[in-house]
Design a protein. Structure first.
Length: 144
């Protein structure tokens, strides 16, 4: 199967890499679905997904309480907790890409805070290890 390329990334040496990368989602990721399930089971269903009216389009937004939740994948957002290794091929591209992701995340948090939102970042590794602790972090801001 041929994959259309948008030109932002160098073509991979192995076509299987391109096939793999094309299946990576930006919405409804595994960690995001886990957190949403925890929230629903705890009775917190009044949230918006990827709310366009909030700066930075948070993954989960509790509009009435002005609480924004970002669910970050460890690799894509350079997790400070588990520190995933960066790829060893096309290193210049990956360093630029991942550093830009971190800078964009910081900018989104600043925009939301200056607009009066509370911002919570949930990391994939922390969510998988201790999901209830992450749920409690969100609940703390919702009851606040």
């Amino acid at each position: 199967m041929a994959y259309l390329r948008d030109g932002r990334a160098p073509p991979p040496k192995d076509p299987r890499t391109s096939a793999l990368m094309s299946r990576i989602r930006s919405k409804d990721t595994g960690p995001e679905l886990i957190l949403r399930s925890l929230l629903r089971n705890a009775g917190h269903s009044g949230y918006r997904l990827h709310y366009k009216r909030a700066p930075g389009r948070p993954d989960i937004a509790f509009v009435g309480q002005r609480v924004a939740v970002f669910v970050h994948g460890c690799f894509w957002h350079s997790c400070p907790h588990c520190q995933p290794p960066r790829p060893k091929t096309n290193t210049k591209f990956w360093h630029t890409k991942l550093d830009a992701n971190r800078a964009r995340d910081l900018c989104k948090r600043k925009e939301l805070r200056s607009a009066g939102w509370q911002v919570i970042t949930i990391w994939e590794c922390q969510l998988r290890k201790r999901p209830m602790v992450q749920l409690e972090r969100v609940e703390k801001w919702l009851s606040g």
